[in-house]
Design a protein around this ligand. Structure first.
Ligand code: BGP
Length: 467
């Protein structure tokens, strides 16, 4: 008998900038990524999402493939500037129509939509007007945008999440400078992150006030950190890393408050986050209904007296990056016994079971969706077939790891591998493939089912029994 509950949802995920294209189609405004990806040296070989895989124009064909795969749910994000070209104010009805049609098409095929409101494509107009997440004004703007989405799509969509991976767009946007707005300014970053938590709380409040029939959650990176040795220094460094990567991001949305020790450290070092009257109550009163977990890898942590900064492997050449370090706090180091992808991500399925266990221990038995999980690889084509056996192995092992977490009592309700279709990897171009469906960039973006397509079809059909 399957360990997965009868009503477990099997799906897959994407995000607007990575699949849609149509960057200026039918009245869409520009996003921060539309500009950033065109700046020299920001992405792998200058790749961008101007056309992406043209899902904007081919969504019916894509939904037909989702249906053939047997998907019961589809996680996608809405492009804020497609609905509100200036970020606030005038609504682009053509943008509304696109998502409305997509939702109808999904429902026609019995596929439950899960909407992400923010998967990193901020209206550039808001960046220009007041510095985007740096300003408190973003909280009202995001709430207006969320309300618009609830109003137009809330009659048909039950599963919603506010943000995708705050650690990434704030961390890379404001600490390492690898994402827009390309800053290395922790003070601004910590305050911007606070605004994200406030925006989340406001959007959760509005969701309830508007009595939307559904659940609203928050999606975070799930990254278990383990110390590289048993020394007290490495264990302490690991505690700090886990605190920053996990507790800082999860506590405000699941407990309505920051982790006290880290908050004190941040306020002492940088004088932020600054709380305005009402912030604390807003966070406390608006805890999310579920948490979405994106799991790819674990990180080993060591104490750090020397390394500052890092370099990302964006080429898929093993060992071409450099480990991340914050001097005096911690550094991420390679596990000598670990198995790594070509992008130097450790493949460690057990980490998924462990990390779910840690979430349940800290936050109680909240509803969980695994909102991303997958293998980025350059898939070989043999005799015209896309052979992605390593992806099948990766997903199988991770599905088993989820099964183990369920057996231990975790309330995991759904699984969304990343990604439904090959798409743009933010900094790594189109060569880092994740999909069940291949896109031929040399042949008019034609779709082709991969080996993993038939495999996942069977997984879904047997509710995870046949792996
Ligand atoms: C997550 C993002 C996704 C996706 C994925 C894979 O952080 O939410 O949008 O890109 O990671 O990452 P990458 O494309 O860098 O391999």
């Amino acid at each position: 008998m399957s360990v997965f509950p009868k009503d477990f949802l099997w799906g897959a995920a994407t995000a607007s900038y990575q699949v849609e294209g149509g960057f200026d189609a039918d009245g869409k405004g520009l996003s921060n990524w539309d500009l950033f990806s065109h700046l020299p040296g920001t992405t792998y070989q200058g790749t961008n999402g101007d056309v992406a895989v043209d899902h904007y124009h081919r969504f019916r064909e894509d939904v037909a493939l989702m249906a053939e795969l047997g998907m019961q749910t589809y996680r996608f994000s809405i492009s804020w500037p497609r609905l509100l070209p200036q970020g606030r104010g005038e609504v682009n009805e053509a943008g509304i129509q696109f998502y409305s049609d997509l939702i109808d098409e999904l429902l026609k095929h019995n596929i439950k939509p899960m909407i992400t409101l923010y998967h990193w494509d901020l209206p550039q107009a808001l960046q220009d007007a007041f510095g985007g997440w740096e300003s408190r004004e973003i909280v009202d703007a995001f709430d207006e945008y969320a309300r618009l989405c609830y109003q137009r799509f809330g009659d048909r969509v039950e599963l919603w999440s506010t943000f995708n991976e705050t650690i990434v767009f704030i961390g890379m946007g404001y600490f390492t400078g690898a994402h827009p707005p390309k800053l290395t300014d922790p003070k601004k970053g910590i305050q911007a992150c606070h605004h994200v938590f406030l925006a989340n709380a406001r959007a959760v409040k509005s969701f309830r006030e508007m009595k939307i029939n559904g659940q609203i959650g928050f999606v975070n990176v799930l990254q278990p950190n383990d110390p590289i040795s048993d020394s007290p220094e490495d264990r302490r460094a690991c505690e700090i890393a886990e605190g920053i990567f996990t507790h800082w991001l999860y506590d405000p949305v699941l407990k309505g408050e920051y982790p006290a020790e880290l908050l004190a450290m941040a306020q002492q070092a940088f004088g932020v986050p600054h709380f305005a009257p009402g912030d604390e109550t807003l966070l406390k009163d608006n805890i999310v209904d579920f948490v979405g977990l994106n799991y790819y890898k674990r990180e080993m942590v060591a104490h750090n007296d020397d390394v500052e900064g890092y370099a990302i492997n964006t080429s898929g050449q093993k060992g071409s990056g450099r480990e991340l370090g914050f001097k005096g706090l911690f550094k991420l180091v390679r596990n000598p016994k670990g198995v790594y992808t070509d992008w130097d991500w450790e493949v460690y399925p057990q980490g998924l079971t462990d990390a779910i266990g840690r979430i349940v221990k800290r936050y109680g038995n909240i509803p969980i969706y695994i909102t991303e999980n997958g293998l980025g690889a350059k898939d070989p084509i043999v005799g015209g077939e896309v052979r992605d056996q390593p992806r099948i192995d990766y997903l199988r092992d991770h599905i088993q790891a989820i099964g183990a977490a369920i057996e231990q009592g975790a309330d995991v309700r759904g699984y969304y591998p990343w990604s439904f279709i090959d798409l743009l990897s933010w900094l790594n171009g189109y060569q880092k493939q994740y999909g069940f469906v291949y896109v031929d960039h040399d042949n008019n973006l034609a779709r082709k089912k991969k080996q993993s397509f038939g495999w996942y079809q069977r997984v879904i059909a047997t509710n995870g029994e046949q792996l």
